[in-house]
Design a protein around this ligand. Structure first.
Ligand code: NAD
Ligand code: DAU
Length: 331
């Protein structure tokens, strides 16, 4: 099977490539990645001899067409993925998340290639803290940020290409991932690398916002379950019942580093900050028999801390510029 993985040099995409090479030797993997600030060739170094990396953009129609023509399946991770960046400059989000997805859809339509679209729970907006409800595939779309609205738009393009053109596609909407190779602009690796540097963790606002954490390996095993057993045209929500507020996450990290629970600082809140995400993954579990492996968040977090300690050469080059950007916005 020839699989084209877009965004395979990013966080979740590179973990997907590692998992695929490890568990599915019959799969031939080609990665298409623009190697933006968020993509890193080094994230694929351990599998470099087993994977072809093509540096290019998913908005390049001629390149996309030639790669899709030579594939049996496209797994589409490539995106601009950080909410804070989308608030500063939405333009690349519109280009990559909307135009890039459109470009891929036209190619899979032309060549009759199976497509799996990776999306986010943020398309559903947010929930109240005291609301017993969770997101389901029937929750109406209500995105808040330029990032989540372009992801919502890309999902709707996929649905339309399935219905209007018979494209063989599935969609998954996952909650917040953590694990190795996550860019240090994101919450958990930012705090881990701050703590390694002896800097106090930075909590937006009061830290009451809730995210539904899932280990990246569990996200990717669910993606394979959907590719292999999911129904065409369907949307599957991926989550592992990992709700935690940001304060709890920071406190757990401080404990792992042997520091006092209150050894962090509050910084400026994110404008339009979504309050709570929570996934009901019943459809994925019941229909496809998927279950997560990483059910103990604290031990998953400890392993992630160990990975960042052992792989400083991977993240160090980005640290200064990332923190300078946050400092300029009071965060
Ligand atoms: P990331 O920012 O770490 O990686 C994105 C990758 O896409 C990078 O390698 C980047 O170079 C590449 N890319 C960006 N623009 C491109 C373009 N025009 N052409 C080709 N490649 C391009 O993102 P991530 O956290 O790994 O997220 C991957 C996907 O999963 C995204 O679609 C995101 O919306 C979705 N998602 C992420 C999470 C999460 O918690 N991180 C949760 C749910 C869904
Ligand atoms: O829900 C899935 C989404 O999760 C994905 O679609 C996105 O691509 C991914 O980036 C993530 O979005 P969030 O905005 O939830 O993730 P982020 O890591 O930026 O922030 C997580 C929470 O932590 C959020 O409530 C903001 C807060 N935060 C973040 C940073 C960077 C802090 O309190 N301090 C920080 O320094």
């Amino acid at each position: 099977m020839r699989v084209l993985v877009t965004g395979g040099a990013g966080f979740i995409g590179s973990n997907f490539v590692h998992q695929t090479v490890r568990e599915r030797p019959e799969v031939r993997v080609t990665v298409l990645d623009a190697l933006t600030y968020a993509g890193d060739r080094e994230s694929l170094a351990p599998v470099a001899d087993k994977v072809t990396l093509v540096e290019g953009s998913i908005t390049d129609a001629a390149l996309v067409d030639s790669l899709v023509a030579d594939s049996d399946l496209v797994v589409h991770f490539a995106a601009e993925s950080h909410n804070d960046n989308s608030l500063n400059d939405p333009s690349p989000f519109v280009q990559t998340n909307l135009i890039g997805t459109f470009t891929l859809l036209e190619a899979v339509r032309k060549h009759g290639v199976r497509f799996h679209h990776i999306s986010t729970d943020e398309v559903y907006g947010d929930l109240e803290l005291d609301d017993p409800a969770k997101f389901t595939p029937d929750t109406p779309y209500n995105p808040s940020s330029p990032y989540s609205s372009t992801k919502a738009g890309s999902d709707l393009l996929v649905r339309a290409w399935v219905r209007s053109f018979g494209v063989q596609a599935t969609i998954s909407n996952c909650s917040n991932n953590y694990g190795p190779y996550q860019h240090i602009e994101k919450f958990i690796p930012r705090q881990i690398t701050n703590l390694i540097d002896g800097v106090r963790p930075k909590l937006y606002g009061a830290g009451e916002n809730v995210r539904d954490w899932i280990h990246v390996e569990d996200h990717n095993s669910a993606v394979w379950a959907i590719i292999e057993r999911g129904r065409i045209g369907e949307t599957y929500l991926i989550g592992a019942d990992g709700e935690k507020n940001n304060l709890e996450v920071v406190e757990t990290l401080l404990e792992i580093f042997g520091l006092a629970k209150d050894d962090f600082e509050h910084v400026k809140d994110r404008p339009g900050h979504d309050l709570r995400y929570a996934i009901d993954a019943t459809k994925l579990r019941d229909e496809l028999g998927w279950t997560p492996k990483y059910t103990d968040f604290e031990s998953g977090l400890r392993a992630t801390v160990d990975w960042y300690k052992a792989n400083e050469a991977w993240w160090r080059p980005a640290k200064q510029a990332t923190e300078a950007k946050y400092a300029a916005q009071g965060q």
